[in-house]
Each structure stands twice: as structure tokens, then as C-alpha cells.
Design a protein around this ligand. Structure first.
Ligand code: TYM
Length: 338
């Protein structure tokens, strides 16, 4: 079992990242059987696909490393690194660019959403972003990739690229790439904005009130939950009553994901009451989960040297682990190397 996943080091880690992906990373790390390995990385190469501030990217990369460790990623057990220290990611992307098709990339919803009406003005990197993401996981022969729902399409593309490459350049009994399986948590695959139940919680939303950041203090969390958009109806007593109400299911899902209490049990308790009764309970559950993470994060981010050392050590291990697949890819393509 080889688990690989990444996160962009832009903005703060938010509740969507945590419940949709990072918590699963930690669970998979903690349950890893002997002989298995987890690799988690900061996708700093992906971050340059959109306008960015070079002076901030380095600091944000170290901060995100601290946030992941604060969430429970153990750099002694998992390989934690940033892409920029492992040139094989960019090399493999180029090699896979010969296999990926324009039509496949044109269909990516993230490309369509981010480019909007201005496709001509986007960077080439934004368009080929999913090919780098395919390289990220194929380089290590990933078997499982824990992600939120929004990244599933990119993983399907990685499978298509791997399959086509194997078909075109490898024999059936010796494929170059393993087909990776996306692992999406059923209960928190898509956490929505607190201000708009039809938009996902995102670091790029201009309103900070739309998301819970892992570093928000208790007052900020309680205030964001109090102000979270809801409809005027009371909570239903059964899950079917949540249908067609964009905001209510999101808040109940978050509570359920935090407390592990099933949605039906939550609604049996709060059904018939207004959000005024439910929101304080939700706020408390959030504070209980996030306060210890925020405290660890504040401590870890002070020690820049320790974070540099973690990433350097992780990158050295990742370079070693990715070497054989990179070599096999060059060979399969008939590229001559000394
Ligand atoms: P990124 O940085 O946007 O998000 C990191 C992880 O958090 C998940 N996520 C969510 N899950 C549930 N609800 C939400 N509102 C929410 N918002 C974010 C994402 O699905 C993701 O799992 N392209 C990737 C980074 C990446 C990557 C990879 C991931 C680069 N290479 C290889 C997996 C494998 C991204 O931008 O994620």
C-alpha cells in the first residue's frame, strides 16, 4: 500500500481541507500496515500556476508543513516534503505531457472554473496542472490517494494517463505505472461555504467568514458559526427533511464529521428546534477539535530550522523513492540517458 497526497501551500488550512482530506491522511498513516508507506507533500509547484507572491510562497510552504504536523502527520512515519525539492515531479510531468490529451484537460471542471471566460489569459501551467498532479502520484506508484470530492476528476485523469502510457509504451506484464485509487471520505467529501451552501469552502473565497480556518481562535469560530447562513425553518427530525435546503445539511454534516455522531441521531436530538439551539453545539464541537491543533501549530511554526530539516529529509527520501519509476519512464519512451 502506497498512499500519496498533496495540498497547495496557499492560504490557511481550512475545515474543508481538514475534514475532506488531511484527517484521512492521518488515519491512513496511523493504520498503515507493515511495508506500506505514506507520502504527503506541499504542492508548491502547483501554486505558481496562478499569480502568486514569491516572497510569501516560501513562508506559506513552511507554515503548511507546520499545520500538517499539527494535524497529526508524523514526519518519522510519513514522508513529508515539498515538490520543489524533488525535480522528478516536474521531469515526469514533461514526460507525461506526450501522453495527456488536450481534450482531456479541456474537460477538467477546475480548469473551467478557474479560467472562467478568460482562457486565453491563463498560464499554460494552469491548463497542464492536472498532468503535474498525475506525475505527483504516478512517480511513487501510489495505490491510494486520499482527497476531497473536488479532486476526484484529477485522479481519474491520472488513471487515464497511466493507462494510456502503459498501453502505448509498456508490455502488459510489466506496466510502468500503477493505477491510483482516489479515497474520498463519504461523510465530508465536500464541505460547503458558511455563507453560501452551493459553493465549496475554499481558501480563495474573498470572505473569511465563509470558512473556518484551523488557526481561528474560539471567539472567531463561535462568531463564524453564529453568522453562518441558514434558512428560517427549524431542523428536521429525519435526514430526508434536509433535502433541498442548501445550508442545513452542510452544518449537520460538519457536526457529524467532528463528533462521529450519525446524522439521524443528531436530527433526533435537534429536530424541531431552530438553528439557535444547534449552532452553539456545533461551535463547541469545532473549538474542541481545532483548539489543540491550533496550539500545536503556533508552537511548531516558530521553529523554522526544524521545519526546514523535516522537508529536506522528506525530500531526500522522496527523491530516492521516485528514482526507479522516473528511470523506467525515460527508458520506455526510448530516451537516451548515460
Ligand atoms: P487543495 O490544496 O485545494 O486542497 C487540499 C485537499 O483538501 C480537499 N478540499 C476539500 N475537501 C472537502 N471540502 C472542501 N470544501 C475542500 N476544499 C479542499 C481537496 O480535495 C484536497 O484533497 N490539486 C490539489 C493538490 C494536489 C494533489 C496532488 C492532491 C497536487 N497534487 C496529488 C492529491 C494528489 C489541490 O489543489 O488541493
Amino acid at each position: 500500500m502506497r498512499v500519496v497526497s498533496g495540498i497547495q501551500p496557499t492560504g490557511n488550512l481550512h475545515l474543508g481541507n481538514y475534514l475532506g482530506a488531511i484527517r484521512n491522511w492521518v488515519r491512513m498513516q496511523d493504520a498503515m500496515p507493515d511495508g506500506g508507506q505514506c507520502l504527503f507533500f506541499l504542492a508548491d509547484l502547483h501554486a505558481i500556476s496562478q499569480p502568486h507572491n514569491p516572497a510569501e510562497l516560501g513562508a506559506a510552504t513552511l507554515e503548511m508543513a507546520a499545520a500538517l504536523v499539527a494535524c497529526g502527520i508524523d514526519p518519522d512515519r510519513s514522508i513529508l516534503f515539498n515538490q520543489a525539492q524533488v525535480p522528478a515531479h516536474a521531469e515526469l510531468q514533461w514526460l507525461l505531457n506526450g501522453t495527456a490529451r488536450m481534450g482531456w484537460l479541456n474537460r477538467m471542471t477546475q480548469w473551467k472554473d478557474k479560467a472562467g471566460k478568460n482562457r486565453e489569459g491563463q498560464s499554460v501551467a494552469l491548463f497542464t496542472y492536472p498532468v503535474l498532479q498525475a506525475a505527483d502520484v504516478l512517480l511513487y506508484q501510489a495505490t491510494h490517494v486520499p482527497v476531497g470530492e473536488d479532486q476526484k476528476q484529477h485522479l481519474e485523469l491520472a488513471r487515464d494517463i497511466a493507462q494510456k502510457f502503459n498501453n502505448d509504451f509498456a508490455s502488459e506484464d510489466a506496466p510502468v505505472f500503477t493505477l491510483p485509487e482516489p479515497i474520498v471520505p463519504p461523510e465530508a467529501a465536500r464541505i460547503m461555504s458558511l455563507r453560501d451552501g452551493s459553493a465549496k469552502m475554499s481558501k480563495s473565497d474573498p470572505s473569511d467568514m465563509s470558512r473556518i480556518n484551523l488557526i481561528d481562535d474560539a471567539d472567531a469560530i463561535m462568531q463564524k458559526v453564529r453568522k453562518a447562513k441558514t434558512d428560517p425553518e427549524p431542523l428536521p427530525s429525519e435526514a430526508a427533511g434536509l433535502e433541498g435546503r442548501p445550508e442545513a445539511p452542510n452544518l449537520v454534516t460538519i457536526y457529524s464529521a467532528l463528533t462521529a455522531e450519525p446524522v439521524d441521531a443528531i436530527l433526533a436530538r435537534f429536530g424541531g428546534q431552530g438553528f439557535g439551539a444547534f449552532k452553539p453545539a456545533l461551535g463547541e464541537a469545532l473549538v474542541e477539535t481545532l483548539a489543540p491543533i491550533a496550539a500545536r501549530f503556533r508552537e511548531l511554526k516558530q521553529d523554522r530550522e526544524a521545519l526546514d530539516a523535516i522537508l529536506a529529509r522528506g525530500a531526500a527520501r522522496a527523491r530516492e523513492m521516485g528514482g526507479p519509476t522516473l528511470t523506467a519512464t525515460y527508458r520506455a519512451l526510448g530516451l537516451v540517458r548515460g
